[in-house]
Design a protein around this ligand. Structure first.
Ligand code: SF4
Length: 189
């Protein structure tokens, strides 16, 4: 494991371990407080993220920021946000298994450095990979699971909420449950 974020970032920025490096504009390492105890993990960068090198920008990112602000969290102060793969899958397709496997070590290293108390999986891809391969977002969103001593919850991906706004109230409920859990456990944020 690499023992600090700057060194890890440097390594990831020059990575060519999977075919996604051929089509990326920027590697999207992660953003937020490197001491945060609450971490969000999406699936992979989209077009805006690829252009800016920052996760969750554009309309989906704005929606995520609003949901975070609703429960007094923000990427500027008390959470960390990353993705399963750090380079954009072409045409926003799902990351493929070999790409996620190639990139998983970097995510593991980020989790190792952060030591989060709670991880929120944004969308099916990260929830299936990190919580349960059979995870169904529509049925299991907002439920906490323990994995390797970390509480994990899956909820809707912001881009999916933009496509299906009918799920926004459920998403808001999930964020409120997250806040309750943070307060219940006395997690410093
Ligand atoms: S997606 Fe991950 S493993 Fe693939 S090239 Fe980018 S940083 Fe490397």
């Amino acid at each position: 494991m690499i023992e600090n974020f700057d060194q890890l970032r440097e390594t990831v920025l020059s990575c060519k371990n999977c075919k996604l490096h051929e089509t990326r504009t920027n590697v999207v390492f992660g953003v937020g407080n490197p001491h945060a105890k609450v971490m969000f993990i999406g699936e992979g960068p989209g077009e805006n993220e690829d252009l800016q090198g920052i996760p969750f920008v554009g309309r989906g990112g704005q929606l995520l920021d609003k949901l975070l602000a609703h429960i007094d969290l923000s990427r500027e102060t008390n959470v960390y946000i990353a993705n399963m793969v750090k380079c954009r899958p072409p045409k926003n397709r799902d990351p493929e298994r070999d790409e996620m496997e190639a990139c998983m070590g970097y995510l593991r290293n980020q989790v190792y450095l952060l030591r989060p108390k709670i991880i929120v999986c944004l969308g099916r891809v990260s929830a299936c990979s990190l919580i349960d391969p059979k995870f169904k977002v529509t049925r299991q969103h907002g439920t906490f699971f323990e994995r390797n001593g970390i509480l994990m919850m899956g909820t809707f991906h912001p881009a999916a909420l933009l496509r299906n706004p009918v799920n926004k109230p459920d998403s808001l409920e999930d964020f409120l449950k997250l806040r309750e859990k943070i307060d219940e456990l006395g997690i410093p944020v």
